[in-house]
Write a protein that binds this ligand. Structure first.
Ligand SMILES: Cc1cc2nc3c(=O)[nH]c(=O)nc-3n(C[C@H](O)[C@H](O)[C@H](O)COP(=O)(O)OP(=O)(O)OC[C@H]3O[C@@H](n4cnc5c(N)ncnc54)[C@H](O)[C@@H]3O)c2cc1C
Length: 410
């Protein structure tokens, strides 16, 4: 009997499996898809996530697959830069997360599934793991009030504990009754594609966020000559430009990008690479992150929105927290472990999510967003502190007490 079953071979699931296998725990990873594949999702990893990759021993493998470092974030409106800041250095007390000095204050743009391929490569060498693709978990096996395994289409697999790492639409979350249905009206979606430039051009040093009609466009450098472009917008806006002229998602995405003058200029000499994918609704809250025998990690544990780009880093952080707890408890998840994990998860997400909520409020009020970004542009130290808050370095109190009054006064 495998000791721990991990449901989902995304970044959070594979990282969990590496942490477990490295500690000598037998681990079975069950992935519903037939293999690792390109799919819409995050590609701009924040610095704490990069430090976790170093800690997992995969940073070099990820870089070797064609990743790009970036130093911070820049916001634009109509082609004009409104605000820009570099990531702050992580505090010495950041949970020991800075495993590789060089990785500490830069983010990393990496195309999916390159990230998963590197993680799987690392896992494969560890010896106590088994990974099965094409094995969608359909239900949970309950015994004496606790989860004792998972149900596949044609069989059951038993384990001491189950980690639900099955993403935004988590089956495990639903099966433990922790799903909280978000409002569908006004739901935000993400549309993701890649562009490639044949001629060499200077590498972007910052992830660029462009405020465009109906949403935001994120440009992330993802290896030499390649950028990931993601539109985040309301469902009806996305449906509008897909259905216009019956072009389908990829053509609608490209036509929409080229219809915005500053983006059309940026796309000169570029071609769309591969297929475009859409995902949503982005908001997928969970009412709790555990049940007897189960912990939820990564997006399965709850997701708010992609606009602050901390999902990958949080996925790795929550994977590590869940595994540390399992190792301490001898793989038992009861009431006390569940509550400890819940606290650890809240500590990890509190400040980044406060920022996400504030930005969601602003993006729905464009005039206010422009005002706020204009003022951040005049106070780059305050913006830098916000990037630190998003990285989980703390500082919200200082921001509210010192920076916010300065920003309000202009
Ligand atoms: C549009 C968009 C843009 C984003 N941009 C960023 C960004 O710039 N930076 C950032 O850090 N984050 C970003 N994110 C968030 C980031 O993509 C996620 O936080 C991250 O992928 C979560 O990883 P995960 O392993 O939890 O889930 P996933 O990556 O979703 O992996 C879940 C895995 O579980 C599998 N699975 C699902 N159901 C089952 C089942 N029943 N049985 C077995 N397997 C199953 C799936 O096939 C998948 O392989 C973005 C997200 C979106 C949607």
């Amino acid at each position: 009997m495998p000791r721990v079953i991990v449901v989902g071979a995304g970044p959070a699931g594979l990282a969990s499996a590496i942490f477990l296998a490295r500690a000598g725990v037998e681990v079975l990873v069950l992935e519903g898809a037939p293999g690792l594949r390109a799919r819409p999702g995050g590609e701009g990893m924040m610095p704490p996530g990069v430090a976790q990759l170093a800690e997992l021993g995969v940073l070099e493998a990820v870089r070797a697959r064609g990743a790009s470092a970036f130093q911070g974030i820049a916001y634009f409106d109509g082609g004009r830069e409104l605000a820009r800041a570099d990531f702050p250095a992580p505090p010495a007390v950041a949970g020991g997360l800075r495993a590789d000095g060089a990785a500490g204050d830069a983010g990393l743009g990496v195309r999916r599934p390159g990230l998963e391929v590197a993680l799987l490569g690392r896992l494969s060498g560890l010896g106590s793991e088994e990974v099965r693709f094409g094995c969608a978990v359909q239900g949970l096996v309950w015994r004496d009030g606790r989860v004792a395994g998972v149900a596949l289409r044609d069989r059951r697999e038993l384990a001491a504990a189950v980690l639900g790492a099955d993403g935004l639409k988590s089956t495990v979350r639903r099966m433990i009754g922790a799903e909280s249905r978000p409002r569908r009206a006004g739901a935000r979606f993400g549309v993701c594609g890649h562009f490639e430039w044949e001629s060499s051009r200077p590498q972007m040093t910052h992830v660029q966020v462009h405020l465009v009609e109906g949403g935001e466009l994120y440009r992330t450098p993802c290896g030499a000559g390649v950028e990931g472009w993601i539109f985040l917008s309301r469902e009806e806006v996305v449906r509008g430009w897909v259905s216009r002229g019956g072009r389908g998602l990829s053509a609608g995405f490209e036509a929409h990008a080229r219809s915005v003058p500053e983006l059309a200029r940026a796309l000169e000499g570029a071609r769309l690479l591969g297929r475009v994918g859409a995902v949503g609704p982005l908001q997928a809250p969970a009412t709790r992150r555990w049940a007897p025998g189960v912990l939820l990690v990564g997006d399965a544990a709850g997701f708010l929105d992609a606009l602050t780009g901390e999902g990958l880093a949080l996925g790795l952080t929550t994977a590590r927290a869940a595994v540390e707890l399992l190792l301490e408890s001898g793989l038992r998840v009861g009431f006390s472990e569940g509550h400890r994990y819940e606290r650890a998860w809240r500590d990890a997400t509190r400040q980044p999510w406060a920022l996400t909520r504030a930005l969601l409020f602003l993006t729905a009020r464009r005039w206010l967003a422009l005002q706020a970004l204009g003022r951040l542009g005049r106070h780059p130290d305050a913006m830098r502190r916000l990037l630190g808050i998003n990285c989980g370095y703390g500082g919200l109190g200082r921001f509210l007490a010192a920076d916010l009054p300065r920003l309000i006064l202009g």
